[in-house]
Structure formats: structure tokens, C-alpha cells
Design a protein around this ligand. Structure first.
Ligand SMILES: *Cc1c(COP(=O)(O)O)cnc(C)c1O
Length: 358
């Protein structure tokens, strides 16, 4: 099979060795005479994979398993938009939220249905084309929620702010893509399908001392502590996506860890941004401040919008797929998560150069 360069925002490209190993496991896992899809989640083979993935996730994040735990849930990051306030936003308290883009806005709208929300910072007035600045945190807030990578708009916060209250991070689209001081976070969640695996599992990394403060008057299936007490096997987990997530973690380790992956991600993004900036009369990068630009999702326009269709058609002919921007913002978007190959970024960079000359 000839693989295309898949710039899709999610589900997204996975490492080929991971796909090959997963394909084998779909027929038979670990000499068991069964498929990974058929295996009981209460059996030894699955439990080993499951707990290995939880341990390796903390290891890559530089977190101590005595302090932090990993929970797997279904329902995507969107479900966490509700489960976070259900657990941690009691009546009489306020949660701070940063509005940096569409996904942050959805998290805010969901939390507002469940409790009191303060918008600590927003870049809505700049159409989310910059990172929000000037945080106005609430003293004694229940927690502060930030989105590190704004998938649709193409901004990325490669640091965690000091909010003064427990920090909750939606890292769905830049999870494990660059080094972060995760010890500053009390809860990190990420849908797997961008940087970490196939759709179907959400990875939740949580400080145990924060988990202990959660509300207990909500249904058990929504209580993080109930899942954690059962080693995240309270009910049937999405076993196959968790298995593939485990393979992706091993792949990251084999690349040299997060540091090596980060260095490559930075190079990949520079290949594309440099060409866009060099042809600023022809292309318009959506995010002007360089420090705010995402290394995961690069968004831009062709200044002459009449050329948009020709741009996409020419890209397709070179097997560059999935470059159409999100329907809310238009233009183009190249999603180049961890597993997206560097040579694909070089092919796009060359195409951007050639197309600008036409
Ligand atoms: C994709 C995305 C989501 C939503 O994820 P689902 O798994 O589709 O619910 C939330 N936040 C961010 C930052 C995303 O990129």
C-alpha cells in the first residue's frame, strides 16, 4: 500500500510500526489463540497491557505514580467537558476557564450548565488568532481550565500557567508532543485520536490529592475515584484503543522519548511556517505571533481565495490529503502530530513554494 500524507486533524496518522503490530494483534495477541478484540478485560493478558500503558504514560510525563494516576474513559474529550465540573465544581464555588478557541468555548458552555464559571482570559476579540493573555484568576477557585493546543485556530501554549488553583488541562491535540512541567497540573485529559492512538479512549492523568476532593454525590460511573479504585477497570474499558495507546507510548520511547519527539515536531513545523512566512505576499498565516503558533496544527490562507480549489487539487495530486481548514475558520490547516512524518512536511513545504510561483 502506498501511504498518503494524511494531514487530518483527528483521527490522524499513526506510526506505521504501531499499525502493523496492532494489525497482527487483531488476529492474535500474545500467543493466546484470541484476538485483542476478543480478550476479556478481566484476564491477565489484558490487565498487563492496561497497567503497562498507565505506568508508561506517567513515566513519559515525568510524573510519580505515588502522586498521580491514569484513568481511561470513553466519550472523548467532549465528555470530560462535563465530567470535570461534575466532580470538581460544587455549588458555591467558581471555576476559572480560559477561552482560547472553539474547544475551550465548548468546555465553558458545558461547565456553565453545571456551575459558576469565570472566564479568566479570552482571545475571542482577536478571533482566537492569538493566545489569551492577562489571566484574571479567581482567588479560591475550584480549579482553572486551560486548553494547551487550539486545534482549530492553530495556537499552542507550550507552558502551564500558575493559576493559584488546581490546574485542569485539555491536552487533546498536543498530548506528549513536547516537554511540559506536568507537575503543575492536577488533571490532564486528552482524547487519543490526535496524538496518542485511535478514537475511543480518553486518557485522564490526575493528581491523587486532587481526586480526593471530588464530589461523591454523582453517579458512580462519572466519579473518577470509582474508576481509579478499580485500576480503571470499573466497567469494560475501550480495550483496543488502550492497547494501541500502549503501543504509541512504546513508539515514543523508541524515538528517544518526549525530548526527541519535541525536537522533531519543532523542525517539522518550521519547515512549513518558514515557507509561508517567506511568501507572505501570497500566503497569510492565521496566527501572527510566532511564540503562539502551534507545532501541531498550522493554519493559513491563500490571499487570493480564488486559488483555494486549485491549491487543494494540486496538493491531492501529490498525495497531500486533509489540508482543508476547519469549517468555522476556512482556509487551510496542516495537522502534523507526533506520528506525521518529517518528509511529508518537506513535501508540503516544497509544494507551497512551487504553488506560490505559479
Ligand atoms: C478534538 C478536541 C476535542 C474534542 O474531542 P472529542 O474526542 O471529539 O470529544 C476537545 N478538545 C480539543 C483541544 C480537541 O482538539
Amino acid at each position: 500500500m502506498a501511504r498518503i500524507y494524511n494531514f487530518s486533524a483527528g483521527p490522524a496518522t499513526l506510526p506505521v510500526p504501531v499499525l502493523e503490530e496492532a494489525a497482527k494483534a487483531v488476529v492474535e495477541i500474545a500467543g493466546s489463540g484470541m484476538s485483542i478484540l476478543e480478550l476479556s478485560h478481566r484476564g491477565k493478558i489484558y490487565e498487563t497491557l492496561h497497567n503497562e500503558a498507565r505506568a508508561n504514560c506517567l513515566k513519559l510525563m515525568g510524573l510519580d505514580p505515588a502522586e498521580y494516576t491514569v484513568i481511561f474513559m470513553g466519550g472523548g474529550a467532549s465528555t470530560q467537558f462535563a465530567v470535570v465540573p461534575m466532580n470538581f465544581l460544587p455549588a458555591g464555588k467558581t471555576a476559572d476557564y480560559v477561552d482560547g478557541g472553539e474547544w475551550g468555548k465548548k468546555a465553558i458552555e458545558t461547565a456553565q450548565k453545571l456551575g459558576t464559571v469565570n472566564i479568566a482570559a479570552s482571545s475571542a476579540a482577536q478571533k482566537h488568532a492569538v493566545l489569551p493573555r492577562d489571566f484574571k484568576w479567581t482567588a479560591g477557585a475550584a480549579y482553572a481550565h486551560v486548553t494547551t493546543n487550539n486545534t482549530i485556530e492553530g495556537t499552542q501554549m507550550r507552558f502551564l500557567p500558575d493559576a493559584g488553583s488546581p490546574l485542569v488541562v485539555d491536552a487533546s491535540s498536543d498530548f506528549l508532543s513536547c516537554q511540559m512541567d506536568w507537575k503543575k497540573a492536577s488533571l490532564v485529559y486528552a482524547g487519543a485520536q490526535k496524538n496518542a492512538g485511535p478514537a475511543g479512549v480518553t486518557i485522564i492523568v490526575m493528581k491523587k490529592s486532587f481526586m480526593a476532593t471530588a464530589k461523591k454525590d454523582i453517579p458512580a460511573v462519572f466519579q473518577y475515584a470509582v474508576h481509579d479504585k478499580a485500576d480503571s477497570l470499573y466497567n469494560t474499558p475501550p480495550a483496543f484503543p488502550i492497547y494501541v495507546f500502549g503501543l504509541v507510548l512504546k513508539w515514543i520511547e523508541a524515538q528517544g522519548g518526549i525530548g526527541a519527539v519535541e525536537a522533531r515536531n519543532k523542525r517539522k513545523a518550521a519547515l512549513i511556517y518558514d515557507v509561508l512566512d517567506a511568501h507572505a505576499d501570497f500566503y497569510d498565516v492565521a496566527v501572527a505571533p510566532k511564540d503562539d503558533r502551534s507545532w501541531m496544527n498550522i493554519t493559513w490562507r491563500v490571499r487570493d481565495t480564488a486559488k483555494e480549489e486549485a491549491f487543494l487539487a494540486g496538493a491531492k495530486a501529490l498525495h497531500l490529503d486533509g489540508l482543508k481548514g476547519h469549517r468555522n475558520v476556512g482556509g487551510f490547516r496542516a495537522s502534523i502530530y507526533n506520528a506525521f512524518p518529517e518528509e511529508g512536511c518537506a513535501v508540503l513545504a516544497q509544494y507551497l513554494k512551487d504553488f506560490a510561483k505559479k
